[in-house]
Design a protein around this ligand. Sequence first.
Ligand SMILES: C[C@H](O)CC(=O)SCCNC(=O)CCNC(=O)[C@H](O)C(C)(C)COP(=O)(O)OP(=O)(O)OC[C@H]1O[C@@H](n2cnc3c(N)ncnc32)[C@H](O)[C@@H]1OP(=O)(O)O
Length: 725
Amino acid sequence: MAGANKGRTTIEVGSDGVALITIINPPVNSLSFDVLNSLKESYEQALRRTDVKAIVIAGANGKFSGGFDISAFGEIQSGRIEKPKPGFVAVEILTNTVEVAQKPSVAAIDGLALGGGLEVAMACHARVCTPSAQLGLPELQLGILPGFGGTQRLPRLVGLAKSLEMMLTSKPVKGTDALNLGLVDTVVSPDKLVSTARQWALEILERRKPWVSSLLKTDKLEPLGEAREILKFARAQARKQAPNLKHPLVCIDVIEEGIVSGPIAGLWKEAEAFQQLLESATCKALVHIFFAQRGTSKVPGVTDRNLAPRRVKTVAVVGGGLMGSGIATALILSNYTVILKEVNDKFLQAGIGRVKANLQSRVKKGNMTQEKFEKTMSLLKGTLDYEGFKDVDLVIEAVIENVQLKQQIFIDLEKYCPPHCILATNTSTIDLNIVGEKTKSKDRIIGAHFFSPAHVMPLLEIVRTQHTSSQVIVDLLDVGKKIKKTPVVVGNCTGFAVNRMFFPYTQAAMLLVERGADLYQIDKVVTKFGMPMGPFRLADLVGFGVAIATGTQFVLNFPDRTYKSMLTPLLQEDKRAGEATRKGFYIYDDKRKASPDPELKKYVEKARSISGVTVDPMLVKLPEKDIVEMVFFPVVNEACRVLDEGIAVKAADLDIAAIMGMGFPPYRGGIMFWADTLGSKYVYSRLEEWTKRYGGFFKPCSYLADRAAKGLPLSLLANNARPRL
Ligand SMILES: C[C@H](O)CC(=O)SCCNC(=O)CCNC(=O)[C@H](O)C(C)(C)COP(=O)(O)OP(=O)(O)OC[C@H]1O[C@@H](n2cnc3c(N)ncnc32)[C@H](O)[C@@H]1OP(=O)(O)O
């Protein structure tokens, strides 16, 4: 087996006769094949040496291990490195070498023990950890299952119910909880970690502490009848929560095998399932997303210039509406001091009230203590003027989408804020050059586009113009990271990246409905595909006011490819403006449950006659696959334009933007990744076919046409393609 050629372990034998094996593979001590082979060699050496009585495994630099090296997945999938033979790690190294050894092993866990990292620790005969250590099996998040014996050892250490919860949610537990669960044997401070582990190992040898093989434990396992009930419930939950995903069910099957037929049978079934899942489309997509998400903060020409982010301490938010109060909430939650500005006391109090309500909902759910609530609220100050702005490091303007108003605010900001202050706008559509047109501070103007609700949604679209300085981008990336958002840096244009991609999604759905497709069927199929809701249900949720306002921007800027349907304006005219008015495309009961409305037919017919189109019998009986493609290929087409224009610097950023901004299913790898699984030729040919039938809305852009002609993936930017920024 060829290694990924990185990482190693070291072995150091102390005068106490304990061999300390340390995993070294920065930054997270992941288990590459080199590390695993070296671990095996170090172990064999420790077992052979007569001066070694017991073994302690630890990770370098305060991190035990972040698990199997995820970058090796792609190398195995593409055949660049040879697949390990089934059971090489789980059986040969961890069970036959570590667990059944004649010398006891103790894992000394600080920082992280995730995935394969925790699996190594569980093969040891005891575990010592620090209070803040994080222990978990998050493999399902990558479309695989724990493959180094975790499906067998975790249930035996913490019980079936808890182990299923940990694996199915991928959530780690902290050191102290791990102790209560029986996952670790003791918790000590970091400075005592290794010495305690050494002592523990010697005491095991002297039989003063139990010598436990996790794989052979049965005391924590529920009786068989109860276990079957727990597994049945887990299956039902997995099917309900992720109907399109098979791997959680495979994981449950593997766990069941171990419970019913014993841990060795379970280990072999795990090894087989691991190899199969590694090749699955879901795993490929989720591994792509893992790296794509980490790649969004790497911006060529910006983050590779050794610029350190400047310290941002105080932030001002202009506008306390839904967006402004959400942004202020996100900031104070990460300990920024925030000044919230409104135009009058009534609006200000309403804004502060919204922030309070956002935090109170955390208190109610038990996610925040009253004390923390008060401390967090104390970071927020309200104001009606710009006097307090002289000390702020960052301003985020979040008022309504009115060009003149925004321009005036930026004139004021330039006047009142210190010269180093970053001037950001939360506009979702308006060109930043227009917003900052009347200032001389163009190098520090930047877009900070949050998604509603801003304190919950994970995406932050950072918009730069050709004037925005790299320093300001680096500063905002840092703030984004601190408030736990995934940033995507994009160029300036109407709608930026997310809303530009989003727009054709609703438009395509309107076009289909006017030509005879069933509106509710479209929502159903799109939800089945994996979106949290269909385009019509979403339009109801957002409200037609917003939809029509942004729509106007698109009609103005991209008239060639905007489908002008009167369906939404007609509904709005009848005071059906979405969920807030209890009527939109759906009707809503007191509990906000949406039901189809037979009345809708008459609005569709009216919109159809205004558009002058007729029902196409083909669209009336459109198969599900065609509905998905007709709704999403126009999104792919726009994403290609966004990429071609340099608005996004890489396709993977658009994948993340689609997942976090639109709710595109992550297990399909994002919009461009998904399109590439179907092939550029196929996407192009379908769009061409629909262009002939239904007009310019579907017309494939030149980037897509070029990729299709050359048979290239859409995500592959030409070597000479450079962002236009
Ligand atoms: C057979 C086994 O059962 C299979 C497995 O073990 S699969 C792997 C299971 N482990 C995981 O899923 C953990 C994945 N990693 C994480 O969740 C997070 O990276 C973390 C919690 C470990 C650290 O988070 P954080 O401190 O925010 O740093 P983060 O930016 O995510 O990662 C730091 C770097 O380590 C890399 N990294 C993290 N975990 C890695 C892993 N398991 N393999 C390879 N690289 C990894 C990241 O790609 C990133 O690289 P970059 O700096 O070049 O972008």
